[in-house]
Design a protein around this ligand. Structure first.
Ligand SMILES: Nc1ncnc2c1ncn2[C@@H]1O[C@H](COP(=O)(O)OP(=O)(O)O)[C@@H](O)[C@H]1O
Ligand SMILES: [Mg+2]
Length: 224
């Protein structure tokens, strides 16, 4: 059976897309087949969903990015609103069925959520409800820096309350040499949550140039 991971984050802009690309690249390096899926993309023109485009470009894959999305909306907003302003409503059953149709087609399926876990997909259905219904484990992308404790602990608490398994934490935007605050943030989060860290990913200037370094900063064997 193929493995499925839902990559979520403590908020938007935390690096979910970049980390998803790193996971796909690392898994491919290990000889695994891996597919990246962004079920709901917002903030993109109809033909060019931003996150799949980014992932395909950095992996040097020339594929149609639309294969990697189910819904694509123009407004850079939460899915419930981005859909509404286009006069549409996300059909939750269809969304779940379409996502599930990707299960077992690849050795690993990486699903990237929109924003964090409490982001509404419709007015009465949150991202965390989707994760629960899909019955898939989560990889949580957090920052290392100031502000991460509250964000990360709230996210973990919400996931645990719903008995959603968390495979590990990936800390992004780390300083090249961790500061005392960053080091303690990681330690205290591991202690308070009991969740393992599977990556400390440095903030780099040129993502493309330093992509291998980013990929190698994640311990993929902890996922397999
Ligand atoms: N480790 C990093 N080093 C440098 N830039 C990064 C790093 N992680 C993410 N970024 C950049 O930060 C921005 C937000 O990252 P992204 O992966 O799009 O976040 P999300 O998917 O959570 O919204 C993007 O421009 C991305 O290229
Ligand atoms: Mg993204």
């Amino acid at each position: 059976m193929g493995k499925v991971f839902f990559v979520t984050g403590t908020d938007t802009g935390v690096g979910k897309t970049l980390i998803s690309a790193c996971l796909c690249k690392g898994l491919k390096n290990l000889g695994k087949t891996c597919f990246y899926l962004k079920p709901i993309q917002t903030g993109s023109p109809p033909e060019t969903p931003e996150d799949p485009l980014f992932v395909l470009r950095i992996l040097n894959e020339k594929e149609n990015p639309l294969r990697h999305v189910i819904y694509n909306f123009k407004l850079p907003a939460s899915p419930h609103l981005a859909a509404r302003v286009e006069g549409k409503r996300i059909d939750v059953k269809q969304l779940k069925d379409e996502i599930k149709s990707f299960f077992n087609k690849y050795e690993v399926l990486i699903i990237e959520g929109a924003g964090g876990v409490m982001v509404p997909i419709t007015e009465d259905y949150l991202t965390i409800d989707l994760i629960k219904d899909l019955e898939v484990p989560v990889i949580l992308v957090s920052r290392t820096k100031l502000g991460t404790l509250n964000h990360t602990l709230l996210t973990v608490e919400a996931l645990k309350r719903r008995e959603i398994p968390i495979v590990g934490l990936i800390f992004n935007f780390a300083s090249q040499h961790l500061t005392i605050v960053e080091r303690d943030n990681i330690e205290i989060l591991e202690k308070l949550t009991g969740i393992q860290t599977i990556g400390i990913v440095p903030e780099v200037i040129d993502i493309k140039l330093e992509f291998d370094k980013l990929v190698n900063s994640i311990e993929l064997r902890r996922m397999l």
